[in-house]
Design a protein around this ligand. Structure first.
Ligand code: MN
Length: 193
């Protein structure tokens, strides 16, 4: 497969302050995201060599490694696009509110379910708003790749690995999750529907 590349952030490191500090963004994008890109490429290269008969590998281990890193790279790409600079009254369009209403009863009910999903991820993972053929669903991802929904498209993702918030919020993941709604890029979410 083609090599993954680290995409540029669609805004400056400090664009999401005061919700997410420039220090976190710099480390998160330049170090963590890059590590997933490199990890996916390294695993893909091993698989390529294995196919050519140049390398014996633990197929199960390398495929697991590829899944973890590839999904990590793609989730971060989406996460950056899902955010924009802080706005106090940050709301989706009435069209998107209607769609969320159809699946969750109300926008507030959706927000609560997504926030609860994010707060309750065990260890490292993500909250995800998925689009399925049957409607919208909220779910969790453990690490980057476990508990995914086959055939579903992620519309909105929230990284709740400790590297995403610890420098700013210490162990208060709940405060991070609640503050994060002010930087959600609803136009981007809607464009994926
Ligand atoms: Mn992350």
């Amino acid at each position: 497969m083609n090599k993954l590349v680290l995409p540029e952030l669609p805004y400056g490191y400090n664009a999401l302050e005061p919700v997410i500090s420039s220090k976190i963004m710099e480390l998160h994008h330049d170090k963590h995201h890059l590590a997933y890109v490199n990890g996916a490429n390294a695993a893909a290269e091993k698989l390529e060599k294995y196919r050519n008969g140049e390398l014996e590998i633990d197929v199960k281990g390398v495929m697991r490694d590829f899944s973890f890193n590839y999904n990590g790279a793609k989730l971060h790409e989406l996460f950056w696009q899902n955010m924009r600079p802080y706005s106090e009254n940050n709301m989706p369009s009435s069209g998107l509110v209607e769609k969320l209403k159809m699946s969750f009863g109300s926008f507030e009910a959706f927000k609560k379910e997504f926030s609860d999903a994010a707060k309750q991820v065990e260890g490292s993972g993500w909250a995800v708003l998925w689009k399925t053929e049957e409607g919208l669903e909220v779910g969790q991802l453990e690490k980057h790749n476990l508990l995914g929904i086959n055939g579903a498209t992620p519309l909105l993702v929230l990284d709740v690995w400790e590297h995403a918030y610890y420098l700013d919020y210490m162990n208060d993941r709940g405060k991070y999750v609640e503050s994060w709604w002010k930087v959600v890029n609803w136009e981007d979410v809607e464009s994926r529907l």
